[in-house]
Ligand binder design. Structure first.
Ligand code: ATP
Ligand code: MG
Length: 332
């Protein structure tokens, strides 16, 4: 049977891009794959971006990310769910891949170039990020990786790393494939500034656990079709991020109505945004209710993560033994 692996960073509040691009898929694949579905809060990745890392918030954000996933429906009893730094083998395999990966391949990664471009001093860890990601996936010999479109290039590199290792040391790892949710390949940020991203801060994101008053404040000022200056100007929903969100949250009649009415100036942007808020409330209310329940019992989240790390280690340790042996390390 195939093994599914995916990770999410504790770099900020989880948002609707994470939800539709990744988290809903975790739940769906978890139901199919059971204990062959492995999900990880990848906290070792967080410090690679100094703009998103703060030692005083890392533990809280890690806990909150776990809680948010459980509130969305991820069941730690059914799948394997844990925190990356609790399973040391991730770091070890990452190093063994680092020594085999050409720097040039890493410098070509667009996410590296984007994130490095915003920094005065670029940590080597940011360049190595996709190597650690390859280690995360291959440590469990996973072949199926649910991610958003922004991770495709990293998955391709993971395949390359697996291929190179197999070629040099003998068949060991599968070449994993990405699984995308077609309707949410790349959810745009509510500020209109590219992909929604945790590390871009709350101006970019609509949080899964954010209160609806705060979500409305962001939607109200969110950019729409710039050609639509007056209420009477026709708009183009195909270039409007509000319409992108409608496609995720609204029912079909509402989506069709917005599509038609925007083009003939039959609906104004504010009413269109209000209709969207209704859909957002419908989707997020039950998730927020489950999160509030879990908040009452944080120990349940910690226990689940401790148990998950034990299960992950039981898979990772024999794989590391195999890797050490194949690479020729002294065994006592
Ligand atoms: P950061 O800004 O720190 O990179 P992020 O919001 O991009 O945070 P990640 O933890 O890097 O979130 O990614 C977690 C998962 O969510 C990945 O599978 C990623 O592809 C997916 N994802 C992230 N942002 C989006 C988005 N805007 N649309 C669709 N999927 C997304
Ligand atoms: Mg990201």
């Amino acid at each position: 049977m195939s093994t599914v692996f995916s990770g999410i960073q504790p770099t900020g509040e989880p948002h609707i891009g994470n939800l539709f691009g990744a988290m809903f898929n975790y739940v769906k694949l978890g139901e199919q794959y059971g204990k062959n579905a492995i999900y990880c809060i990848v906290d070792l990745h967080a410090p690679t971006n100094p703009l998103a890392y703060d030692k005083s918030t890392l533990a809280r954000l890690t806990y909150e990310m776990a809680l948010a996933n459980m509130a969305v429906g991820l069941d730690p009893e059914k799948v394997i769910f844990f925190v990356q730094s609790h399973v040391r083998e991730h770091s070890e395999l990452s190093w063994l891949f680092t020594v085999q990966t050409p720097v040039g391949e890493l410098e070509r990664m667009t996410q590296y170039k984007d994130k490095a471009g915003k920094l005065e001093s670029v940590p080597a860890g940011l360049l190595m990020y996709p190597v650690l990601m390859a280690a995360d996936i291959l440590l469990y010999k996973a072949d199926t990786v649910p991610v958003g479109e922004d991770q495709l290039q990293h998955i391709e590199l993971t395949r390359e790393i697996a291929r190179r290792f197999n070629h040099t040391f003998g068949e060991t790892f599968p070449e994993p494939r990405a699984v995308l949710t077609q309707e949410a390949l790349r959810v745009p940020g509510v500020d209109g500034n590219g992909k929604m991203g945790k590390s871009k801060g709350p101006g970019s994101t609509i949080g899964i656990l954010e209160d609806f008053g705060s979500i409305w404040q962001k939607l109200r000022v969110a950019p729409t079709d710039p050609a639509r200056v007056r209420r009477t100007d026709p708009g183009n929903p195909d270039i409007c991020l509000i319409f992108d969100y409608h496609k995720l949250f609204s029912d079909l009649p509402t989506i069709q109505m917005v599509d038609v009415e925007c083009r003939r100036a039959g609906i104004g942007c504010i009413d269109c945004k209000k209709a969207l808020l209704t859909g957002i409330e419908r989707t997020l209310t039950p998730i927020q209710a489950r999160a509030a329940e879990l908040q009452q019992r944080p120990q349940q989240v910690y226990d689940a993560l401790a148990h998950g790390a034990d299960q992950a280690r039981a898979i990772a340790q024999p794989v590391m033994e195999e890797v050490r042996e194949k690479m020729g390390f002294l065994k006592l």
